[in-house]
Design a protein around this ligand. Structure first.
Ligand SMILES: Cc1cc2nc3c(=O)[nH]c(=O)nc-3n(C[C@H](O)[C@H](O)[C@H](O)COP(=O)(O)O)c2cc1C
Length: 431
């Protein structure tokens, strides 16, 4: 059995833009399509619904927001935390995971909001802790540029530590609700945390009720520092990796980091992000793969705009028919390495883009049987743990993937058909 989830890379943003059914019968700005998708995910047996977030209108590509806004890429977007209560009210077992920036949320605010949402849920909540690599986002929070890459992770470590200390500032038995004695809670079991660190000073205690269970921590950074952070802190690592060897190496290194941090490596599930397109026949798959290699100007701009924002490097300045120079970034290192490794060394930028849209690596086109074959064979070679399906959450996209794929995965015993009643963390540790 494998773990599956859905990662909506557009966040609580424009869904289905550029597809023939865009906005037919739905409005991305309202919660209903996300609720409908969440119900389908739960009926299908997925464990997680992870909602990306970002904090800017990107204008790195060519120094303009033209492509970001024309293609509704990264903007506009609502805050995913506001969506969570709607998703929780639509489901009972699905893990609901909003993204929270360790760089820009004050830890007291994050601890309180997440504790509130966990109380609403049946222990279904997760938090996708990101370090927000973009200078553009930093400029919305009073900085000229983001702090240095590894220091961002040091800050994220401290952020998680403070949030957890706040969650633990009430003993589990602090609430008495003793009506006869007139005591709601026992003050001896609620204590300040008096945290004074490099990045945060927080007195505590938290001013909300103790949690039934701490939310599941999800993490996605792929640099060595990112993997160390995942190994030490995460219940789930979201991963981008190239091929079976890349996946195995990624999973092995996160598990080794977990051991180094004194944890059982089975406590961290490494889930690989895959964008599936399910078609009716092998011939249709081949045709679609070929057609995607014919890059339009729109496709080129779309891919280059994304990687420009994610890396902070303006890719407009590179010649499409030359190999890329060696690149380094203070922003998303794992994502930049994944992009540049899409094609063999010495490939031109155009060839990299063709490979990416042609179905290499994290994007897969096939019949439901072929895609299930891919998941089954890769997970067996890698040793576990599962996959995150990525894509829009408009009705056409989610049904287009799951109506055909979920029955095949379930028939093969790869996808769960029921949930235990222990909550999200327990579901993740079922296998
Ligand atoms: C699959 C995936 C999903 C991510 N989701 C988000 C997100 O929602 N918001 C965000 O600010 N960063 C997101 N990131 C960025 C990472 O959380 C991390 O901060 C970034 O990759 C820098 O880490 P690295 O240099 O260790 O790779 C994502 C990265 C990956 C690979």
């Amino acid at each position: 059995m494998l773990h599956f989830g859905w990662f909506v890379g557009h966040g609580f943003g424009v869904q289905g833009w550029g597809t023939p059914g865009y906005a037919q019968g739905y409005d991305w700005k309202q919660p209903q399509i996300y609720q409908a998708a969440a119900r389908l995910f739960e009926r299908s047996g997925l464990d997680l619904f992870i909602i990306e977030d970002s904090l800017t209108v990107p204008d790195t590509y060519g120094g303009s927001a033209e492509v970001s806004l024309a293609q509704a890429s990264f903007a506009p977007k609502h805050d995913p935390l506001a969506l969570v209560p709607y998703l929780l009210s639509a489901t009972e077992n699905l893990g609901v995971v909003p993204t929270v920036s360790a760089s820009f949320y004050p830890p007291f605010t994050a601890a309180r909001l997440l504790a509130t949402l966990q109380h609403f849920s049946q222990r279904q909540l997760g938090w996708n802790v990101v370090t927000s690599g973009s200078d553009l986002a930093a400029q919305n929070y009073g900085l000229d540029q983001q702090i240095e890459h590894d220091r961002r992770y040091a800050k994220a470590e401290e952020f998680v530590d403070v949030v957890r200390k706040l969650w633990r500032s009430w003993a589990p038995d602090a609430v008495l609700e003793d009506v006869a004695a007139g005591r709601y809670a026992d003050h001896r079991k609620v204590a300040p945390i008096d945290h004074r660190g490099e990045f945060f000073a927080v007195r505590g205690p938290l001013n909300t009720a103790p949690l039934p269970e701490e939310p599941v921590l999800v993490q996605a950074g792929a640099s060595p520092r990112g993997k160390a952070f995942a190994g030490a802190n995460a219940d789930v690592a979201l991963a981008l990796a190239r091929g079976v060897d890349g996946m195995r190496g990624y999973r092995d290194s996160v598990r080794a980091e977990a051991v180094r941090a004194g944890r059982d490596p089975d406590e961290v599930k490494v889930l690989f992000v895959t964008k599936p397109t399910v078609v009716g026949s092998r011939a249709e798959a081949q045709e679609l793969r070929e057609s995607r290699k014919n890059l339009s100007r729109r496709d080129i701009d779309s891919q280059l705009n994304s990687i420009s924002y994610l890396s902070g490097i303006d890719f407009r300045k590179f010649d499409l028919d030359q190999p890329l120079p060696a690149l380094s970034t203070n922003s998303n290192r794992g994502t930049l390495a994944h992009f540049t490794s899409s094609a063999p060394d010495g490939a031109t930028l155009r060839e990299i883009l063709q490979r990416r849209s042609g179905g290499a690596g994290d994007s897969i086109i096939g019949t439901a049987e072929e895609i299930a074959d891919y998941f089954e064979a890769s997970a067996e070679a890698v040793g576990g743990d599962g996959f995150l399906l990525s894509g829009f959450v408009d009705p056409a996209t989610v049904h287009g993937v799951l109506d055909r794929l979920a029955p095949v995965l379930r028939h093969r015993g790869l996808l769960r058909s029921s949930y235990g009643d222990g909550g999200l963390r327990s579901n993740l540790r079922d296998f």
